[in-house]
Each structure stands twice: as C-alpha cells, then as structure tokens.
Design a protein around this ligand. Structure first.
Ligand code: SF4
Length: 324
C-alpha cells in the first residue's frame, strides 16, 4: 500500500478488511510501499515519513496482527531495488507502455511530470515486490489485474531466458469487497476532496455525512425520493443492517423519512461501525514508537526471505559469484 496520503474509508473496506481476513488463512506479507509513493509524488516528500507511521497505526487498528502477518517497509529492503534492476534489464518497454493505468494517468494527470523512468517502471518494481516473497496470491482489485498479468509475463520471460524456475507465478486473489463511493458519488479519493478519513473523529465524519449528495430531485421534505440515485443510500447499504435498508428504501420513496434524519441515522451507524477501529487507533496513536518497532521487526523477517530469493535469482542470471 502506497504511503502517499492519509487512508480513508474506501481503503479500509476495499483492502484492509480483506487483508485482515486473509491473515487467518495465509502466511501474508504486507508492506508500506514508500518507493512506489515516489513514482508519482517524487517532488513533494515532506509527509512521507509521517504517512508511513500513520499507515502502520491504521493497519494495526484495522486488525492486522504482526503475530500472524509480516508487516514491513519496502525501502528498508534493498533486495527490492536489486531485483527491480535485474527485471528492468529484461522487460520490453512496450509491455510497460500498454499497462492501462499508465496510459490513463499519462492522459489525466496534468499537475505533475510523469515522464519519468520511475513511473514507467513502476510495474517492474511491483513485480519484484511480489516475486521476492514467492507469493502464490496477491489481493488485488479489478484495476490491478493487468499489473499482475505483467508480473506473470515477466516471470515467464525470466524463466525462459535463464532456463530456470526461480520464482512463483502469482495468481490474483479477488475478494468480495464492500463498494463505497466518495461523498460526491465519484470514487473516494484524497485528491478529489471527497473522502472520509480513518483519522477523522466521529464528529468530523458526521459533518461529512451531512454533506453527502442526495437525490437531486428531492428538494422539499414532502417530495418523494429515489434511493437508487442517492449517495447516502449507497452508504446505508454498507453501514446499516439490511432489514433497515429495505425500510429506508420504502420510507424514502413515500417521503416518510426526510434526508436530514436519514443522514443522522447513517452517521450514527457509521460511528458504531468505526467504534472498535477508533478505540484501537487511539491506543496506537499514543504508541508511535511501538508501531515503528513492529514495522522494523517485520522488515527483518521479510529481508531474510527476500535475500534468499534474490541470491537464487542472481545465480540464475549469472551475476553473482556462486558460494563455494
Ligand atoms: S431520504 Fe435518505 S435515501 Fe432518500 S433521498 Fe434522502 S438521504 Fe437519500
């Protein structure tokens, strides 16, 4: 997970909750991708270190358990960079230029210069991140599947070139995640200014809930509404019990409930949903040093695995002097 900004509810529901459930079944490696943050935010780095600790706090508050999962920091494991170099030597540029997210960002991001080696090579670093740990599965959203396919192609290419089988071809692990839009109905994103942050207080969240866009045709209290076009209703589907969601659907259509009360109810349900998270977050906020220690301990564990894989990869390439 990139440490390029504060985490929001979309990150919790779309990724972290899935990560937490995966740790019960798999030997998981989760890392703060601080080098990846540089790929598109290399000019403004003053918040990087603070974001890194804050990310650790959010992970632990969400329920990631360092006894079950290895939690670490990418930039403290140089093996990622070395494998990135080796893979970069063999990856054809057209493979990178055709990655959909590369094309999309090149067209849409105008406030930064992304014509850099690092931005184009981002999926190669991502491939190194994954295969260093011999990952069988990677939890991805649908938009990350082409990246993972590229990783698999790079692995096959490496194996063919060097007549070896050092790495594992990782498979995508798609989860049924709860979809949550931003306050304005677009994708929730810090850069769109439509996010509810995990670090927000319950009061701040309630204020943001009061700003969520509703059915635009419902102007007066006695106008009948249409929940299907109301963004508040999308939130209710996530945070409100399903029997009550059906009632709200009917009450909105018959104007039995007004938007102000509907939002108050949502704010209260959201506060209940987030209460255990908030409590744990408060606890870890007071122990920032301990959180960093957890990430450093995980880094030591991860580095052992990464060093072993890299040594085998270097031997396959013929770049390292074999041990006698
Ligand atoms: S009553 Fe609720 S669901 Fe209906 S339009 Fe208002 S906020 Fe949306």
């Amino acid at each position: 997970m990139q440490s390029s900004g504060k985490l929001h509810l979309g990150n919790l529901l779309g990724a972290l909750e899935n990560w937490v459930s995966m740790q019960e079944e798999y030997d998981c490696f989760y890392f703060v991708a601080d080098w990846h943050s540089l790929s598109s935010n290399y000019e403004d780095t003053k918040e990087l270190q603070g974001n890194l600790v804050d990310m650790g706090i959010n992970w632990l508050a969400a329920g990631l358990n360092p006894e079950k999962s290895t939690l670490f920091i990418q930039s403290l494991i140089p093996q990622h960079a070395v494998l990135y170099v080796l893979l970069g030597m063999i990856t054809p540029i057209p493979w990178l230029e055709r990655v959909p997210s590369y094309k999309e960002k090149m067209e849409n991001v105008k406030d930064r210069n992304l014509h850099t080696h690092g931005f184009l090579g981002y999926p190669v670093l991502q491939a190194a991140d994954i295969i260093l740990y011999m990952a069988d599965f990677v939890p991805v959203g649908i938009d990350q599947v082409p990246h993972l396919e590229l990783t698999r192609e790079i692995v096959r290419h490496f194996h063919e070139l060097y007549k070896t089988k050092v790495f594992v071809e990782p498979q995508p692990k798609m989860a049924e995640v709860k979809k949550l839009p931003g306050l304005d109905g677009r994708k929730m994103s810090k850069s769109y200014g439509n996010a509810i942050f995990l670090s927000d207080t319950p009061q701040e969240r309630a204020k943001k809930v009061s700003m969520i866009v509703t059915d635009p045709a419902r102007v007066r209290r006695d106008d009948k509404g249409n929940p299907e076009v109301c963004n508040v209703f999308s939130f209710h589907k996530v945070f409100t019990k399903s029997a009550r969601v059906s009632e709200i659907d009917g009450d909105c259509r018959s104007a039995k409930i007004g938007c102000v009360d509907c939002k108050k109810e949502l704010a209260s349900n959201l506060a209940n949903y987030m209460a255990p998270f908030d409590e744990r977050r408060k606890e870890y906020e007071g122990k920032r040093r301990d959180v960093l220690d957890i990430l450093h301990e995980g880094t030591l564990k991860a580095r052992v695995v990464a060093a072993d894989t890299l040594a085998r990869a270097e031997e396959a390439v013929g770049i390292a002097i074999p041990k006698s």
